[in-house]
Write a protein that binds this ligand. Structure first.
Ligand SMILES: NC(=O)c1ccc[n+]([C@@H]2O[C@H](COP(=O)([O-])OP(=O)(O)OC[C@H]3O[C@@H](n4cnc5c(N)ncnc54)[C@H](O)[C@@H]3O)[C@@H](O)[C@H]2O)c1
Length: 349
């Protein structure tokens, strides 16, 4: 059996801790190094996993010869520079979503991947829910016919403590690159595109909003939110399909924390939601059996399997770039009030 994949994890707070917990369950991987600029987090991580080396500086971890692959769970403005530095140092890279703050940074990351010949994966964890694997297979098998209409959303109605206790960088346009649409929308956008087989985009029309959060920010004595708190986009594809994307941190609307995707085809439709998981029906509303599937159930597990040659990379870098191109177009359309024409690169697998 091949040796374990030797991982270094950079960023040990919120999602970084999730990746550490996932990696520690894998028989084929071991965490050999941690990095975080916060010494307390580094100390906590070290206390939980004895022999791993710790670095206050990520670059030192990238230069550690024993580290084969890195997991980057750091604020968005560090994704591109750290991923490129790690690839240049010969490491495989799993970087958190969104891939970057914008498509230009994503292109630089892909160029570094191509120069290095290493794996560059963006952590789109929604793909790894078993029911989403199954839905992808069912659609790939043609059971819903041609998918020509979809709605996909992640809408929080009231942010509760979630938004206010997050890292401050989430609220900074410079550090995050965008608000609800980039942060949460990218999950449901990627999932919908993945299920639809990544059709090429021809145009995007969008609106974003920041009307409510700053009132509450002021009441709580917090800073100012410089990013969108909500947004909606209509995405048209070259195959004449269309997708509506909605995302919000804050919206006066019913239901809380709704994650929902509807895909309508010529032979049936499918729904995927956080609560009901996923199901598909034919045109007479008869349930279609979801095919049995196997596959990684977390980003880190998939990353390790890709490095070991056991699974095909998902998403590909080109798919992650297509989402970034769409997100750039959403922000441009919202800013200008115009429909943005674009043609995303071929991104199907
Ligand atoms: N997939 C998901 O569901 C999901 C959920 C939450 C966050 N995320 C993504 O994960 C990334 C991190 O988000 P988070 O909520 O964990 O952020 P966070 O602010 O909670 O944690 C970031 C960590 O990075 C460390 N850090 C910051 N700058 C550093 C540097 N220069 N060198 C080393 N360490 C540094 C911080 O000290 C902190 O421990 C973001 O890109 C976010 O979009 C994804």
């Amino acid at each position: 059996m091949a040796e374990k994949v030797r991982l270094g994890v950079v960023g040990l707070r919120n999602i970084g801790q999730g990746h550490v917990a996932s990696a520690q369950k894998l028989p084929d991987a071991e965490i050999v190094a941690f990095a975080d600029s916060d010494p307390n987090r580094l100390r906590d991580a070290c206390a939980k996993s004895g022999s791993a080396r710790t670095f206050a500086n990520a670059q030192q971890l990238f230069e550690d010869k024993d580290v084969e692959a890195v997991v980057l769970a750091v604020p968005n403005h560090l994704h591109a520079s750290m991923a490129i530095a790690a690839l240049n140092a010969g490491k495989h890279v799993l970087v958190e979503k969104p891939m970057s703050r914008n498509a230009a940074e994503a292109r630089d990351m892909l160029a570094a991947r191509d120069r290095s010949g290493k794996v560059l994966m963006v952590g789109m964890n929604q793909r790894f829910r078993p029911e989403h694997h199954a839905l992808r297979e069912l659609i790939r098998n043609g059971e819903l016919g041609d998918i020509y209409y979809g709605r996909t959303r992640w809408c929080m109605q009231r942010p509760g403590e979630g938004l206010w206790t997050r890292g401050d960088w989430f609220l900074s346009a410079e550090k995050s690159g965008g608000g609800a649409v980039l942060d949460m929308g990218v999950h449901r956008l990627d999932l919908a595109l993945h299920l639809m087989g990544f059709p090429r985009v021809k145009s995007v029309n969008a609106a974003t909003f920041c009307r409510l959060a700053n009132i509450e920010m002021a009441q709580r004595g917090k800073g100012v939110m410089h990013v969108d708190e909500a947004g909606v986009a209509l995405i048209h594809f070259t195959n004449d399909a269309a997708l509506i994307l909605e995302a919000s941190y804050y919206l006066n609307a019913p239901r809380h924390n709704e994650q929902y995707t509807l895909l309508c085809g010529t032979k049936g439709y499918a729904e995927a939601a956080k609560q009901v998981c996923a199901f598909a029906v034919d045109k007479d509303e008869r349930a279609l059996a979801l095919p049995p599937v196997t596959g990684a159930s977390s980003c880190v597990e998939h990353f390790v399997r890709v490095i070991r040659g056991e699974e095909k990379l998902s998403p590909t870098g080109e798919q992650a770039l297509a989402s970034m191109d769409i997100l750039d177009a959403i922000f441009e359309s919202a800013r200008t009030g115009q429909t943005v024409q674009l043609e995303t690169a071929e991104a199907c697998t």
